[in-house]
Write a protein that binds this ligand. Structure first.
Ligand code: PTJ
Length: 250
């Protein structure tokens, strides 16, 4: 692994890249995962590489939805495991959500490796290998899932997803929460709650929020969801990006 000097102005970003490259060599992140990360980085620049108010609002609504759910599930792919595996496990613990490894570039070997990796971080009863159900409308191995997990879930957190899967989950009648730095992606536009933030910030924020919010009454949680508007959040994210671009001239 390349040594990154702490004094480097882009220290955190470079450390994340190194982690993803290492995880790619370990067979956890797919090769395409590195490209997906680069796209995410570009959008992260545009939102100022920080958790903006619109993201914090979506993070709170996302946690409220998970806490209100009867069968919440957190879907984890290679990038999510590498960048926020521990926090997603902790979030699952705080919201009673099951963790399911669900991959775009699925091989049974990668599923196994990601499950083992999440277990090494403290994850228990992780779903992924030997799927027993299929998301209707998703062809080939991408649609494979578990009856105890995504298939019967009412709320699914799908970070860094491809648009097809979140659309298919919506068609199944599920509430979809996503973390996606691109507010123009199909996933961002089809999800019920879109968190436009880097998963490296969003996941720890959600753990902190869940720690506080899990004591709240169902009425209180419901009022957070009722006040939430995803279209306003997406427009705010785009306005933030446009504002940051214009600010370069000023
Ligand atoms: O591990 P696998 O096989 O399931 O594959 C995972 C990837 C991410 C490769 C796969 O799901 C994929 O190709 O996704 P897309 O279609 O590239 O979409 C990923 C979305 O996540 C894009 O809109 C990116 O902008 C966004 N993104 C990338 N990195 C981050 C991110 N969003 C939040 N935090 C990030 N760090």
């Amino acid at each position: 692994m390349t040594e990154i000097p702490r004094s480097h102005p882009r220290y955190l970003s470079l450390v994340m890249r190194e982690r993803l490259v290492e995880m790619m060599h370990r067979g956890i992140v797919s090769e395409a995962g590195l490209i997906a990360h680069g796209r995410g980085e570009a959008f992260d620049y545009l939102i100022g590489e920080r958790t903006n108010d619109f993201a914090m609002e979506a993070e709170k609504a996302g946690v409220a939805a998970l806490l209100l759910a009867e069968k919440p599930v957190i879907s984890v792919n290679g990038n999510a495991a590498a960048l926020a595996g521990k926090e997603l496990i902790d979030l699952g613990g705080l919201t009673d959500a099951r963790i399911e490894v669900n991959l775009f570039h699925r091989t049974e070997d990668r599923v196994e490796k990601i499950v083992r990796y999440l277990e090494s971080l403290g994850g228990k009863d992780i779903l992924g290998p030997e799927p027993d159900a299929r998301v209707p409308g998703l062809e080939h191995a991408r649609g494979l899932c578990h009856k105890d997990g995504i298939y019967h879930a009412d709320v699914v957190l799908v970070p860094l997803e491809d648009g097809d899967r979140s659309q298919a989950l919506k068609k199944m009648g599920k509430t979809v929460v996503t973390i996606d730095l691109n507010p123009l992606s199909r996933t961002a536009k089809t999800a019920d709650i879109t968190i436009v933030d880097n998963i490296t910030r969003a996941a720890p924020n959600m753990v902190e929020i869940a720690g506080k919010m899990r004591q709240a009454s169902p009425e209180k949680l419901m009022s957070i969801i009722e006040k939430y508007s995803n279209i306003i959040v997406l427009k705010s994210a785009l306005a933030c990006m446009c504002g940051n671009i214009r600010a370069i001239d000023e």
